[in-house]
Design a protein around this ligand. Structure first.
Ligand code: FUB
Length: 340
């Protein structure tokens, strides 16, 4: 079993041999995998779970992560390398606790690690740290990205532009904001029959460290063109937005949170509106379900996590990968990865 003592100081160490639908990293607990191809290799930027002893609650205080490791493999199926600790909360001036799901992007040979954390007032923001190679280590900016809030940043490159998708309700605090303005630490959700809270998109500025515009809502519509409603827990957005492009269609996938699905919606541009299509991944062992989707060598992969290695402890998760398949009409084949 992985050590529960948090991060070690290891440099590159090789870990377990890859197997589909088995934990691909077994020396530490890892979650929320964001996978990218950089320099022709598969890099994984996960959260680093550990046992903090903080009791489980509805706000996710037991997800008390303090650092990040980066992992890579030449291609899916190859040996996995742990590049060691690439960022620690003690290096981040503004961050107080809970380094949650990160993502990374490359621009002009520099690499940017985006990560949410709570500040000293226990309000989530999104920070950025920079490296000259995909395996880090990453040097954080002294403050969080101006005007950033909530959790789960993911960055999608389209043409020459970079877009950040972000947001998460409940513990992710998205319900504290309206029109990008903080409304106080009050959990206010739209009424059941009203449109649900939506994930956000924002174009990144050329420096990759700031927003080029005000974040916008992403409309997610049903097949009749109606916005998904608050009570539609099986389909509405909760957290973990990820965008990829397949055959000129934009796919927004996300977790439905309290119903534990990974679902997706499609659009003809990065801003949407997106039309709901269906499920990608049914609930896995553990409360959270969080994923990324990436192509390598003509195959598509779903990176996800579950809690099987810890015997079902929701805050001690492990990254896995499965092949993702499309139907001829571009819909994605639903997967079931529950293990007991
Ligand atoms: O890992 C902490 C949080 O749990 C993530 O930010 C969410 O997406 C969920 O996976």
């Amino acid at each position: 079993k992985p050590s529960s003592a948090g991060a070690d100081e290891s440099d590159s160490i090789s870990v377990e041999v890859f197997e589909f639908d088995k934990p691909i990293i077994t020396e530490q607990y890892t979650a929320d995998p964001s996978a990218h191809i950089f320099d022709g290799k598969m890099y994984i930027y996960p959260s680093h779970d550990y046992e903090s002893g903080i009791p489980e609650d509805d706000l996710g205080n037991h997800f008390a992560m303090r650092d990040y490791h980066v992992y890579s493999m030449d291609s899916v199926g190859g040996k996995i390398t742990d590049h060691g600790k690439v960022l620690d909360i003690d290096q981040v001036d503004w961050a107080h606790r809970q380094m949650w799901a990160p993502d990374a992007a490359e621009k002009d040979g520099m690499y940017y690690l985006y990560f949410p954390a709570k500040d000293k007032d226990d309000v989530f923001h999104i920070g950025v740290a920079v490296a000259d190679n995909p395996a880090g280590p990453f040097k954080p900016e002294s403050d969080y990205i101006e005007d950033s809030y909530s959790i789960d940043p993911s960055v999608f490159k389209d043409g020459g532009e970079y877009y950040m998708y972000f947001g998460g309700i409940w513990g992710g605090q998205l319900q504290w904001y309206r029109d990008n303005k903080f409304q106080g630490k009050r959990d206010v959700y739209p009424d059941d029959e009203k449109p649900a809270l939506q994930p956000k998109i924002v174009k990144l500025a050329p420096d990759m460290k700031s927003f080029a515009e005000a974040p916008k809502d992403i409309a997610i519509l049903d097949k009749d063109g109606e916005l998904l409603k608050t009570l539609d827990n099986d389909r509405r957005f909760f957290e973990g937005a990820w965008v990829h492009k397949y055959k000129n269609t934009y796919y927004l996938s996300y977790s439905t949170g309290d119903t534990h699905n990974i679902v997706y919606a499609t659009a003809d541009n990065p801003y949407g509106p997106f039309t709901y299509q269906g499920k990608i991944l049914n609930p896995v062992l553990g409360w959270t379900n969080h994923h990324s989707i990436v192509e390598q060598n003509g195959k598509w992969y779903l990176f996800y996590h579950d809690s099987c290695l810890s015997g079902g402890k929701t805050h001690l998760r492990s990254v896995k990968v499965a092949e993702l398949k499309y139907n001829l009409d571009g819909t994605i084949q639903e997967m079931d990865k529950m293990v007991s």
